[in-house]
Design a protein around this ligand. Sequence first.
Ligand SMILES: Nc1ncnc2c1ncn2[C@@H]1O[C@H](COP(=O)(O)OP(=O)(O)O)[C@@H](O)[C@H]1O
Ligand SMILES: O=C(O)C1=C[C@@H](OP(=O)(O)O)[C@@H](O)[C@H](O)C1
Ligand SMILES: [Mg+2]
Length: 166
Amino acid sequence: MKSIVLIGFMGAGKTTVGQQLAARLRIPLIDTDELIKKETNLSIPKIFELYGESHFRKLESEMLKSVLKQNHVVSTGGGIVELKQNRDFLKQHPYTFFLKTQLTTIFNRLDGDQNRPLWNQPYIKRLELFNKRQVYYEEASNVTIETDQLTVEEIVHNILTHLCYK
Ligand SMILES: Nc1ncnc2c1ncn2[C@@H]1O[C@H](COP(=O)(O)OP(=O)(O)O)[C@@H](O)[C@H]1O
Ligand SMILES: O=C(O)C1=C[C@@H](OP(=O)(O)O)[C@@H](O)[C@H](O)C1
Ligand SMILES: [Mg+2]
């Protein structure tokens, strides 16, 4: 089977759900952020600071193409949908799941977070980013799962159910 890909805004639970889903399916997890950190030996805030967001997007995009063909769970970074070519690529992929989460829930989850440069900015900028990207996530995904009222285990169960019917 091809990779199962999780997309959604920062704090939607992509990394956490990805870990549990990969464990349940007994297949490897690739978290694009973790892989970028490992390959560059830099933190994400440092990459943004030294080379800018566009460089990070380039690394992310190259990585996405190489990992989709494999039999992995792939948890992406929230900005993977910024590039149109990535959205097209994800849409063509049969197992792209959008973890949809309200901004209020995300505020609770990411309160005080300092590791996400694009979260670490004024409220109005976060709101603009959130609104713009909702359209992109819808555009790039095949299945949407609303996560606000669900535990991580319930989201994993939901994804597994969808996979059974594919
Ligand atoms: N369904 C959920 N219910 C409650 N907390 C969650 C849920 N999903 C994720 N979290 C918490 O939200 C935070 C962000 O999760 P994370 O997996 O890093 O999100 P993402 O990778 O999408 O940015 C973590 O503290 C995680 O434990
Ligand atoms: O939304 C974004 O642009 C980003 C989301 C982060 O990943 P998470 O969605 O896992 O937080 C990480 O890739 C980077 O800070 C940029
Ligand atoms: Mg993550």
